[in-house]
Design a protein around this ligand. Structure first.
Ligand code: NAP
Length: 327
């Protein structure tokens, strides 16, 4: 009998990629999503849809392997909502569903911002993290107490069907200009979603090698974010655009004013940090212990991303990218 793989976050960007990938492998895939009905394209993959809110609904009783990609990844959600979805949801899943191996998709947000390269063994002060980062770190602690589990820390996952990073980058275009809140010449790690899948496959093929370990998972080398941002916007719009760069102290000042006035805006400290601060992760541990060899890069995958983007109505996508994982 084929082993059963339970994938959470079925309506999300990462979960949808995992479902598309693992339904083509010899697994019986159960796709857990919060919405009562499954997207049509999901059902076509052959996965069995299991509707459930991780925080309150009955969960599947048993699976051989759980890939936990559900989570609230938001820089504006309240600490309570983040705790419920990321900490309580993870706790319920890991305790209520019998399994022999558990893969937790954590995040680079468990590291504070710094110019140093982040390694898995570094001590982390939770007070330096965003609410989101703190909730992911708390969830990690729960997962780490289970023997047959592994924690993966990707950084800014990208690829086709993305509903966070790509819309955020594309919204920097205003008319014939690209508005950058800083020079964006900082270095950042990024993780192509298929590199993350490579790491997951390696872990589930040899669980004993990675049990109770934590691994940073990114592309082979960091990127200069400015290059990536400009290439995506120029390719997506097919127009000659000029770049207007604002001094970052001014933009950070405006964002703090927006926060104080409790105004609704996409400009906040976390979204600015994403563009303006270094955030680089070392993948030496994954390379040496797992033999992780990421082959996908922004440069060898952006044409696929652009091809997919051209199948979407850009205005609708930018206004509401929530359906992107399955469209
Ligand atoms: N995208 C990135 O750049 C990135 C980087 C590092 C780490 N991560 C981590 O990777 C994971 C997947 O991220 P993503 O980009 O795929 O996010 P996403 O597109 O927002 O998907 C998250 C999924 O989790 C589901 N979910 C949230 N709360 C739930 C609950 N209480 N019960 C059941 N399902 C729930 C969402 O359901 P709805 O569709 O109903 O909301 C959605 O399907 C997250 O844990 C995130 O922290 C993401």
């Amino acid at each position: 009998m084929k082993p059963t793989l339970l994938i959470t976050g079925a309506t999300g960007f990462v979960g949808a990629h995992l479902i598309r990938h693992f339904t083509k492998q010899p697994y019986r895939v159960i796709a857990l999503g919060r919405s009562p009905l499954a997207p049509k394209a999901l059902l076509k993959t052959g996965a069995k849809y299991f509707p459930a809110d991780l925080c309150k609904d009955p969960l599947p009783k048993q699976a051989d392997i759980i890939l936990h990609a559900a989570g609230l990844a938001s820089d504006t959600a309240s600490p309570k909502a983040l705790f419920q979805a990321n900490v309580q949801g993870t706790k319920r899943l890991i305790t209520k569903t019998t399994h022999s191996f558990f893969v937790y998709i954590s995040s680079s947000s468990v590291y504070p911002l710094s110019t140093a390269v982040h390694r898995e063994e570094e001590p982390i002060d939770p007070n330096l993290l965003s609410d989101y980062g703190r909730s992911k770190l708390q969830a990690e602690k729960i997962v780490a107490s289970y023997e047959n589990s592994v924690i993966l820390r990707p950084r800014a996952i990208y690829g086709t069907h993305d509903r966070v990073l790509l819309p955020r980058i594309l919204s920097l275009r205003k008319g014939n200009n690209i508005l950058l809140p800083c020079t964006a010449d900082n270095l950042t790690s990024l993780t192509h979603v298929h590199n993350l899948i490579l790491a997951i496959e390696t872990c589930i093929r040899s669980p004993s090698t990675c049990a109770q370990e934590t691994f940073n998972i990114t592309d082979a080398s960091p990127y200069q974010l400015r290059e990536v941002v400009l290439q995506i916007i120029r390719e997506a719009t097919d127009r000659r655009l000029s770049v207007l760069t604002f001094p970052s102290p001014l933009v950070y000042g405006i964002s703090s004013l927006i926060r104080k006035l409790k105004l609704n805006s996409k400009i906040n400290k976390t979204s600015l940090d994403m563009l303006c601060k270094n955030h680089v992760l070392s993948i030496e541990k994954a390379r040496s212990m797992l033999g992780y060899t990421p082959v996908h890069t922004f440069y060898n995958t952006y044409s696929d991303i652009m091809k997919w983007l051209k199948t979407q109505d850009l205005n609708t996508y930018l206004k509401d990218p929530s359906n992107a994982p399955w469209s």
